[in-house]
Design a protein around this ligand. Structure first.
Ligand SMILES: CC(=O)Nc1ccn([C@@H]2O[C@H](CO)[C@@H](O)[C@H]2O)c(=O)n1
Length: 106
């Protein structure tokens, strides 16, 4: 795993660049991002670079503990966020909230 790179589904690019989406929620496989480090961000679909993000924190969270506050930071409602996560990580209870800040974009 290259911890200086992160991918997002293309449909979230605009929300990340506008600062409306300030966290991502990932599974065990992505818990190794280092707070304080800067990662190169590209689209999952075609590996197109679109910005740099500074990792602020990586915090364990159970799927069942997700709240409106997490949803707000994803620019979604809580039911929408739960649907998205169930789609990407079906049946996974142990997740990680990765908080980030936009450093630079194109
Ligand atoms: C492409 C890839 O490798 N994996 C993921 C995994 C998650 N996410 C987004 O994080 C939030 C909560 O999971 C939601 O906004 C998700 O859509 C993403 O964009 N890409």
């Amino acid at each position: 795993m290259d911890w200086s790179k992160m991918t997002f589904f293309e449909r979230f690019e605009a929300d990340i660049l506008s600062g409306k989406k300030t966290i991502t929620i990932r599974d065990e496989a992505e818990k190794g991002y280092v707070p304080g480090s800067v990662v190169q961000v590209s689209t999952y679909e075609d590996d197109r670079w679109f910005c740099e993000l500074k990792i602020l924190s990586v915090t364990p969270i159970k799927f069942s503990e997700l709240t409106e506050f997490h949803a707000e930071q994803e620019n979604m409602t809580l039911p929408q966020l739960k649907d998205v996560i169930q789609e990407i990580y079906p049946g996974i209870e142990s997740l990680y909230v990765i908080q980030y800040q936009l450093v630079s974009d194109h």
